[in-house]
Ligand binder design. Structure first.
Ligand code: SAM
Length: 491
């Protein structure tokens, strides 16, 4: 686990510092088949991308295993967002030396943001690595693996203007058969000064809505009950026939007038599958429109939760971060959300210790948190990333001890707010989609309500995938506890 990331509420679909194994294993091995073992790190996009990789490689005869010693190919889908994330991968690679000693034939590949950021340097620095592939080059994996099998090192880190993997049906991994991701945009154009994403995932482009709806329909047929539309900045979704978002102004008038934005896409999804719960992540405040909030309010199957990273409560820091909004505009947006969807829960990402952040700036962050009273949040110490504007232009000048103290302060405050938010559900009845057995008790189910709060309750006769009405009787800052009073209408 990435110790730098303090998680007040653990949402398995976002910024999970743990790695996840693919587990579609069977013990017998067909001679023509090869075994792929893949670990995913970092954001939900990486977890979703691993499902694309597994699908691409299944066409080459690879099937997934969760036994690393059984693997012909080991892939790490990596994250570069903070220095710690890269250190974790370097440490993990060291442990592979012993595996290579037992199985000399096994090939090792690095995928994702770290592959894109470090390129051939990774092959130079980490001798054990055979393959380096960036986030837009996964369709080239079969060719690259051919080279690797011939004993060569292979690399493809080309970023694309139009790759969205719309034509690849993801192979669902670690699936409970209930929740799934649908990727809708790739890349990011925001150029926040702290962030490597625009460099590692390229420019922003949107996926054909028809392929999104087809994937949604397919998931419904397979029994899935909840999907999360994914992108670095989903509110910026814009389909005008393909191509980069930044080139929209060059499109023909007809393409412009028939373009589909995020509000329209959300409505299309909600209408196509009224029995499927819809979530989306991540929203960037500058792109979140009133239309999106109204569509959320209009359709019951769109969940009442918005993940709305703000990063800081200080206008000075927001400006230095190149966030395209002020603290006041952010608060206005929250007020609009609360006016249109009073019960909507809001979560955040926050960074402490950005260059030049003073105690005064930090207090403004604490005050903003007091104003919003977020349901939960993901909080980080600033980590300088090579190549970003902040790295080039600003000095990482907040002491480590100060960063730690400020992080502890916002985490502590968030815990208080989370408890205030969970207490609001006491004695109420909420609809919960059952996802899995509770980690703490085999006799209890765990699921989430529309507002994305985890709910735990006795199993009785219910099963994974049921929508159940739960009367809430108790809570912690992260979890609601209750008992079932029957199936909800959504079943
Ligand atoms: N697209 C979203 C946005 O810009 O609001 C989230 C992108 S990022 C993958 C997830 C979170 O990591 C960010 O919201 C930010 O809080 C954190 N993060 C990004 N770069 C960071 C850095 N250099 N140091 C610390 N945290 C960082």
């Amino acid at each position: 686990m990435n110790s730098e990331v303090k998680k007040v509420e653990k949402n398995p679909y976002q910024y999970n510092g743990d790695y996840t194994l693919i587990d579609n294993e069977t013990n017998s091995k067909n001679l023509l088949e090869k075994n792929l073992y893949i670990e995913s790190y970092g954001c939900a996009m990486n977890f979703s991308d691993s499902e694309i990789v597994a699908s691409v490689l299944s066409k080459k005869g690879y099937r997934t295993t969760n036994t690393i010693t059984n693997a012909d190919l080991i892939l790490l889908n990596t994250c570069s967002i903070r220095e710690k994330a890269e250190e974790t991968i370097r440490k993990r690679l060291k442990t592979f030396n012993s595996i290579k000693k037992i199985n000399k034939q096994v090939k090792i590949g690095i995928l994702g943001c770290m592959a894109e950021r470090l390129k051939d340097k990774l092959i130079e620095e980490e001798k054990i690595v055979d393959l380096v592939v960036g986030p837009d080059a996964y369709k080239d994996l079969p060719n690259l693996i051919d080279d690797v099998e011939k004993g060569e090192k292979a690399i493809n880190v080309l970023l694309s203007k139009d790759e969205t993997y719309a034509d690849v049906t993801p192979e669902r991994l670690n699936s409970n058969g209930v929740n799934a991701f649908i990727s809708i945009t790739r890349g990011c154009d925001n150029m926040c000064t702290f962030c490597v994403v625009p460099f590692t995932r390229g420019r922003e482009r949107s996926r054909d809505p028809q392929s999104i709806i087809e994937e949604l329909n397919d998931l419904r047929t397979k029994g899935y009950k909840e999907i999360t539309l994914l992108g670095q900045n989903v509110d910026s979704y814009l389909w005008y026939g393909g191509g980069l978002k930044k080139d929209f102004h060059k499109a023909s008038e007809i393409k412009k007038s028939t373009a589909i934005n995020f509000a329209k896409l959300l409505e299309l999804c909600a209408l196509s599958q009224p029995k499927i719960r819809i979530r989306f992540s991540t929203s960037n405040p500058q792109d979140m429109s009133i239309d999106v909030i109204k569509i959320m309010a209009k359709y019951n199957n769109i969940c009442n939760h918005i993940h709305l990273p703000v990063q800081s409560g200080s206008n000075k820091i927001l400006k230095a971060m190149n966030r395209q909004h002020t603290r006041e505009e952010y608060i206005d947006l929250i007020e609009n959300i609360k006016n249109i969807i009073p019960e909507c829960s809001i979560s955040h990402d926050m960074i402490v210790g950005f260059p030049e952040e003073t105690e005064e700036d930090h207090k403004k962050t604490l005050q903003l948190m007091d104003t919003v009273k977020y349901s939960f949040g993901y909080m980080f110490k600033y980590s300088e990333r090579p190549g970003t504007l902040a790295h080039r232009k600003l000095k990482d000048n907040v002491e480590e001890s100060t960063k730690k103290r400020r992080l502890n302060e916002i985490v502590e405050l968030q815990q208080k707010h989370s408890l205030i938010r969970t207490k609001e559900f006491l004695n109420k009845t909420v609809e919960v989609l059952i996802e899995k057995t509770s980690k703490k008790s085999k006799l209890h189910w765990s699921g989430r309500n529309s507002e994305n709060t985890v709910v735990v309750f006795p199993k009785e006769h219910y099963k994974v995938g049921d929508f159940v009405n739960i009367k809430i009787t108790d809570c912690t800052s992260a979890t609601l506890l209750g008992s079932a009073i029957g199936y909800s209408k959504n079943n």
